[in-house]
Design a protein around this ligand. Structure first.
Ligand SMILES: C[S@@+](CC[C@H](N)C(=O)[O-])C[C@H]1O[C@@H](n2cnc3c(N)ncnc32)[C@H](O)[C@@H]1O
Length: 380
């Protein structure tokens, strides 16, 4: 605080002397004032209690680095908050502002996770658990060629490569920025035995993507006649326009008879409203989530879509009890710990997501499903 008062007094003094200088002072001050004012204002913005407010107003940062440090300290459960706050106000030198230098992003995972409520879990571990749940018992081996549809930022491809060492993983995502992040990850992570190729493409246009990207099947060891052994899509298929069309295309690009489909997906647990305001709200809610309302089908309709697409031996497991509330709790905890790191608008988005997930958990309105199915015989 004392530094703040000194800076303020200096800025005030210099400003006043600009308006009421003596004759001799005028010439010396004229060159000194703009430089000094700029310097002191810079200090005010960077160094004083006004800083977080001013920085936020100027869009320079959303948070005072010291406060971020405090949040991180609390997240580790090592500080009693009242004492730590007053200790922070006594900071004379570095305080906790170097928290920024110690932050590390360990991945870009973004599925809803499979949560074990009996223990605290890191986000990435819940995401990995969901990937394992979807991809286990699919006979993925060193000869497999997986098509991963909606790969996010590529973490799941690296993880599948580590788990199963398939010969090849071809991934597609509709988002160029996620493709970019994934390419960076793949560059940094070498996975012996697995070639990972990632592309920007729309899941609802699989045949067009394959026709325009012949290198997908150009490997010498690709004996599958231009088809994949596995099509995987984790927490993504409900977005495709339409999912029913995607399922048909997935069957076409899979090896007949032995090709396997594996999904983590969302469907309705209760029938959708069919008319009036209810239907309008239903459509608006899903369109806000970029989910075509036509994809929101009941279990029977969903099974029918899989069969119509040509799949057999269909297994569907409902796991929503281990998904929605686990993620909601995690977002709540993470917001409490590090919510100040993100801009208020982003915080509101997570607040809404969290409330929505709690509501989904209570209302039992949606099923979160893991689907495994085998491709049927070749169709003409
Ligand atoms: C909830 S995220 C899951 C991402 C990833 N599976 C993971 O676990 O991190 C849904 C993903 O589906 C992708 N997606 C949505 N619509 C798509 C489409 N039509 N074609 C390809 N990818 C799509 C999004 O870009 C996003 O990465």
């Amino acid at each position: 605080m004392s530094r703040f008062v000194i800076y303020l007094a200096l800025v005030g003094g210099l400003s006043l002397s600009t308006f009421y200088p003596s004759e001799q002072q005028r010439s010396r001050l004229e060159s000194l004032i703009p430089v000094s004012l700029g310097f002191l204002l810079g200090l005010l913005v960077a160094e004083t209690p006004l800083s977080s407010f001013l920085q936020e107003q100027l869009g320079l940062t959303s948070r005072n680095p010291d406060k971020v440090g405090l949040d991180i300290l609390h997240s580790a459960g090592t500080a009693d908050s009242k004492n730590a706050k007053s200790e922070l106000n006594q900071r004379v030198m570095y305080g906790l502002q170097h928290a920024f230098l110690n932050l590390e992003v360990t991945g870009w995972w973004f599925n809803m996770g499979l949560w074990d409520k009996s223990k605290p879990m890191r986000f990435q571990d819940a995401c990995k658990a969901l990937v394992e749940k979807v991809t286990s018992h699919l006979n993925i081996n060193h000869e497999s060629h997986i098509l991963d549809v909606g790969f996010g930022c590529g973490d799941q491809d690296v993880y599948m490569a580590q788990l199963y060492q398939p010969a090849q993983i071809t991934g597609i995502t509709i988002e160029a920025i996620q493709h970019h992040a994934a390419q960076e990850l793949i560059k940094r992570t070498s996975i012996p035995g697995t070639e990972i190729q990632l592309h920007v493409a729309d899941a609802s246009k699989l045949p067009e993507f394959l026709a325009s990207t012949p290198e997908v099947f150009s490997r010498a060891q690709d004996h599958q006649d231009g088809r994949f052994t596995h099509v995987v899509s984790i927490d993504s298929a409900y977005h495709y326009n339409t999912r029913a069309q995607f399922l048909k295309n997935a069957s076409l690009v899979l090896v007949p008879e032995t090709g396997r489909l594996a999904l983590a997906d969302m469907i309705l647990a209760k029938p959708a409203p069919t008319s009036g305001l209810g239907r309008a709200i239903f459509k608006a809610v899903f369109s806000a989530m970029e989910v075509p309302a036509t994809n929101m089908k009941t279990m029977d309709e969903y099974k029918q879509d899989l069969m119509d697409a040509g799949f057999v031996d269909i297994e569907i497991e409902c796991i929503e009890d281990r998904v929605f509330s686990g993620l909601a709790q995690y977002i709540q905890n993470q917001t409490g710990r590090l919510g100040g790191l993100v801009k208020p608008g982003v915080n509101w988005t997570y607040w809404g997501l969290c409330k929505g997930l709690w509501w989904l958990d209570r209302s039992k309105w949606l099923h979160f499903v893991v689907v495994k199915a085998r491709n049927g015989p070749r169709r003409s």
